[in-house]
Design a protein. Structure first.
Length: 150
């Protein structure tokens, strides 16, 4: 059954769609034998232009609804921290890209299927308005300078 997402959280879910595409692009890159540096360059671009901002918005506007002590928020913050470490790893690049592909996908599923439902159930109308106000209709622009996944 499809989850009815509150309007305030829809842009965050759209971000998740693009992050799932990142996971797919990493997977395709490896399956095609694309040089790790090319995949890393795209991953770095995605991290700097999308992931950082998305994580910051979630942590600043969404997570306070439940509070940092809530077990679901503890899990989300921990996964954000681990993902940031993988994105910024410059030593074990191939391994980190593969871990991003796996953990980011499961992290998104966790947020979409569990965490966002809890947040939208617990949030006041004012909190939902604030969540939406700071993330509206931002058109996703992809980096197609090296579309190795095609």
């Amino acid at each position: 059954m499809a989850i009815k997402r509150h309007q305030a959280l829809k842009e965050y879910s759209r971000d998740h769609h693009h992050a799932l595409l990142l996971c797919w692009k990493i997977q395709v890159g490896f399956s095609k034998g694309i040089a790790v540096g090319r995949i890393k360059a795209y991953s770095d671009w995605f991290y700097e232009n999308h992931i950082l901002d998305h994580f910051q918005k979630e942590e600043k506007y969404m997570f306070p609804v439940l509070g940092n002590e809530h077990k679901l928020i503890v899990q989300a913050l921990n996964e954000h921290k681990i993902l940031l470490e993988f994105f910024t790893d410059t030593i074990h690049i191939e391994d980190s890209l593969k871990k991003i592909q796996t953990l980011l996908k499961s992290h998104i599923r966790f947020e979409e299927q569990i965490l966002f439902n809890e947040i939208q159930s617990a949030a006041t109308p004012e909190e939902l308005e604030k969540i939406e106000r700071f993330h509206r209709d931002e058109k996703f622009v992809d980096n197609l300078s090296d579309d190795f996944w095609k």
